[in-house]
Design a protein around this ligand. Sequence first.
Ligand SMILES: Nc1ncnc2c1ncn2[C@@H]1O[C@H](COP(=O)(O)OP(=O)(O)O)[C@@H](O)[C@H]1O
Ligand SMILES: [Mg+2]
Length: 262
Amino acid sequence: MEIPDNIQKLIDGKPYTSDAIGMSGSKIMIFDNSVLKIVKKQIENEDAVVEMMHWLDGKIPAPKVIACEKDDEYQYLLMSKVAGKMSCDEYYMEHPKELLDLLAKALKMLWSVDISDCPRNRNMDVELEEAKYRVENNLVDMDNVEPATFGEGGFESPQALLKWLESNRPDYEPVLSHGDFCLPNVFMEAGRISGFIDLGDAGVGDKWRDIALCYRSLKHNFDGSFGGKVYPDFNPDMLFEALGIEPNYNKLQYYILLDELF
Ligand SMILES: Nc1ncnc2c1ncn2[C@@H]1O[C@H](COP(=O)(O)OP(=O)(O)O)[C@@H](O)[C@H]1O
Ligand SMILES: [Mg+2]
């Protein structure tokens, strides 16, 4: 990859660190005040994420677009750096009550945004259409799924899962949805949400899409699946207490299963 001149001149000579947390295979360069994310172009129009970031500006704390360029293979997105720590930082893992309250606040912050002129739709039709494309083109990452999803007692194949998802659509509760609401994508600082990052799947979507991924992320960050450290006595169901809502386990499971195809 060759960083386009327009971006290169903005980062020239500045020291940076590279990040390895992301799972999307993108390359991240973290500078003092900015972050460059280099993403391999996919089926979807990468311009959509930039449009969403502009639309989100002033509505929720999120990085601002500084510059964006594309070449045949990659998108180069230079954005502002958000303050604070990832919500999977050790500090928050050791203060689960504070973490849960802030995550509940983060979800409610998204739900309170007026979506009437949101430029991006991630409703069930859009999600299932994209899932279908991924299944048909063998793009499902089978190394990165919950152990019970496929095989013995689970679905026979991604095709079988897709079929089940298509015939078991839950009711739709549209809100502003982050789309990849996992702990490393929500930054916190001093009792507040300092920024939502990784907005490539953000748009109008079902409320339970974010709740489900938040729930799964809490579970795995506390059970040692990431980072190896186990924090006992944590139950992800505590998220519902923090949110003050009853768990809808059907929708929770539906959105976790849907995400297996992405
Ligand atoms: N704007 C930003 N401000 C601060 N840190 C960032 C920013 N963008 C990315 N990062 C860091 O890089 C990591 C990976 O970036 P992310 O956009 O989440 O990539 P991926 O799609 O691979 O998950 C994040 O979890 C975060 O630690
Ligand atoms: Mg991320």
